[in-house]
Design a binder for this molecule. Structure first.
Ligand SMILES: Nc1ncnc2c1ncn2[C@@H]1O[C@H](COP(=O)(O)OP(=O)(O)O)[C@@H](O)[C@H]1O
Ligand SMILES: [Mg+2]
Length: 244
């Protein structure tokens, strides 16, 4: 039996002014899917995530999340944007930042439960020991884990990540992928790093103005002497040629 559809993108196009960036996208995301979004710079990946979050509205077509309008489903989505401008002099510590994930437009105070949830997420991201540190005292990988913990503190059903490992060293990247893999959520990750394809991803969406979905990626082909091999991946993708 097919799993329930969590996100349904139907015939979606988007333009910034007269510049059409996305054209006729279709995608059904099922519960528990882990979708990697790949494609060239400027291909429209970030724009696509912003449409899913309701930060932008399709020029035509429709997106439904849990069968509802995107705006109504927003509370169910945890998001890690591509760029975050941290004010490094912020007087807040790691715990405060994670706690912010509990904020809603109506909530003025944090409850005991909010604090417990924040603690649990810090543990899950294995950064409890950093809870009193300031953001400027952390490495790139540690910062990303703080932001992930904040996104998860919202207890979302869907997690959308836009190039979460772009500024992290390879070892730190592997750690983040391992943490993500273990999260039992519906996940969409934009990444330039094809390593992600071997870290539990179920399907790959290639976006370059249009969207092409690679189903059933075969992750058994990739490791040679413990390394994944880009050439083998390219061969594999070629042999499963895009039909659109
Ligand atoms: N706010 C904006 N206003 C106008 N054009 C934009 C804006 N944001 C992105 N673009 C353009 O839209 C295209 C897709 O950008 P983006 O979605 O950021 O691609 P990607 O994330 O795949 O690199 C690019 O040509 C970019 O210059
Ligand atoms: Mg981008």
């Amino acid at each position: 039996m097919k799993k329930p559809i969590v996100i349904n993108v139907e015939n979606v196009s988007f333009s910034y002014g007269s510049h059409e960036v996305l054209k006729d996208l279709n995608l059904k995301v099922y519960e528990g899917d882990y979708i990697a979004v790949i494609g060239p710079n400027g291909g429209g990946k970030t724009t696509f995530t912003k449409l899913l979050l309701g930060l932008l509205t399709p020029t035509s077509g429709e997106i439904k999340i849990f069968g509802k309008e995107v705006i109504e489903a927003r509370q169910q989505i945890g998001y890690l944007p591509q760029y975050i401008n941290f004010n490094m002099d912020m007087p807040v510590n790691v715990f405060d930042i994670v706690l912010q994930g509990r904020l809603t437009p109506k909530k003025l105070f944090y409850s005991h439960e909010d604090k417990q949830i924040a603690h649990t997420q810090l543990e899950k991201m294995r950064i409890s020991h950093l809870k009193n540190r300031k953001i400027k005292e952390l490495s790139g990988g540690q910062r990303q884990r703080v932001l992930l913990a904040r996104a998860l503190a919202k207890q979302p059903k869907i997690l959308i990540l836009d190039e979460p490992t772009a500024s992290i060293d390879p070892e730190g990247q592997k750690d983040i992928y391992d943490l993500l893999k273990a999260l039992p959520l519906t996940k969409i990750i934009v990444s330039h790093d094809i390593q992600v394809l071997f870290e539990g991803v179920t399907r790959v969406a290639h976006i370059n103005k249009t969207l092409y979905l690679h189903e059933d990626i075969d992750t058994s082909i990739h490791r040679k002497d413990g390394h994944f091999c880009e050439m083998e991946l390219l061969d594999y993708i070629k042999s499963h040629t895009c039909s659109s």
